[in-house]
Ligand binder design. Structure first.
Ligand SMILES: [Zn+2]
Ligand SMILES: [Zn+2]
Length: 341
């Protein structure tokens, strides 16, 4: 990895404070030819077992403990629904607030492994309340946590009434574990398609709110318009189609909510005392926020590569996408960056 200060104001060839080794490479999963050694290192290392996904599973366990009884959830009543909203709001705020404090308030690792040299935008009239953080927290809680809770409530209600099957550890440990991967891959593919859809002109006005964040922070991840939340979080409906366990559903929910927070920290990883302890974000999505017309999905399922919208971080691709954006600019939706911020 390159660990140097490359940013030069006004120099388009050095657009980042820090970036990983370029061109970006997809995880060694859906690649051809197969790379078994790199795949095993990914599976048992920073890809899965030593990754932030284990934190989402831990959050799922905590949430499961603080879930009302199934008997109560058999009928829709405000009491248990509010309890779930509060549990989700508290866990989201502790996790995302922790990331914000670490990276942006206390600047615990300074600019080490930070992509964009600019700080967050404390005052900007385009944001609600004229303040990026206030805007981001508002949309995350009022809309994001409320709508993910709504999906969760319907799924719990369906389970409580036996309308959908539940698949537990005793039903088959191998499939039980495999279901976490089903969620991971399904969500990664779902994100590409719904995000691409949101960039379609008639729908972009709902996605514009998220793109107000050019330089992103943890709370930017779930900062979306309610219509975008309904579309983005709809992958939760998977649990009404296939038999899964509450832990799979809750992992899915935290992947969608707190996962959006990690993906928008603006930093590649958490450094404690100079040691990289966990990868969080990726330049891949930061490139989408800066250049807009690229990297709609996630690195895991390389749909951007297959459909020709992959930005690998190289200067050549930046030039190509900037030209493409300029050509589109006349008809581009409000807020679309013509090759930059
Ligand atoms: Zn977008
Ligand atoms: Zn984003």
């Amino acid at each position: 990895m390159t660990d140097s200060t490359e940013f030069t104001p006004g120099d388009p060839r050095k657009p980042w404070h820090w970036h990983p080794e370029l061109p970006l490479q997809h995880p060694p999963v859906l690649v051809w030819p197969p790379e078994p050694k790199r795949f095993l290192a990914w599976l048992f290392g920073r890809g899965i077992l030593c990754s932030v996904h284990m934190v989402y599973i831990a959050l799922a366990v905590v949430a499961w403990v603080f879930t009302p009884s199934l008997e109560r959830m058999a009928t829709f009543e405000a009491g248990w629904m509010v309890e779930i909203w509060l549990r989700n709001a508290v866990l989201f705020m502790v996790f995302t607030g922790g990331l914000h404090l670490w990276f942006h308030t206390f600047r615990a690792q300074g600019d080490k492994h930070k992509f964009d040299p600019k700080p967050l935008q404390p005052r900007d009239p385009k944001f609600l309340f004229g303040h990026q953080l206030g805007d981001n927290v508002f949309w995350s809680l009022a809309s994001g946590i409320t709508l993910v809770t709504a999906y969760e409530v319907v799924i719990w209600w369906a389970w409580a009434n036996g309308y959908v099957g539940c698949f537990g550890w005793d039903d088959g440990p191998v499939w039980f574990i495999a279901l976490f991967f089903v969620v991971l891959f399904f969500e990664s593919a779902h994100f590409y398609f719904v995000h691409r859809l949101l960039h379609w002109k008639p729908l972009y006005r709902f996605h514009d709110l998220h793109h107000n964040n050019v330089n992103v922070g943890p709370f930017s991840g779930l900062s979306m318009h309610p219509v975008e939340h309904v579309i983005y979080l709809s992958s939760m409906l998977l649990h009404l189609v296939i038999a899964s366990h509450p832990l799979h559903m809750l992992y899915h929910s935290f992947f969608l909510t707190t996962g959006a927070s990690t993906g928008h920290t603006g930093y590649q990883n958490v450094d404690v005392k100079g040691k990289n302890v966990m990868d969080v974000a990726n330049l891949f999505h930061q490139l989408h926020h800066r250049y807009y017309n690229c990297n709609y999905g996630q690195m895991l399922v390389p749909l951007d590569k297959w459909f020709g919208s992959f930005h690998d971080g190289s200067a050549e691709v930046t030039t190509r996408i900037m030209k493409q954006n300029l050509r589109m600019k006349a008809g581009a939706p409000k807020g679309a960056a013509a090759g930059g911020d």
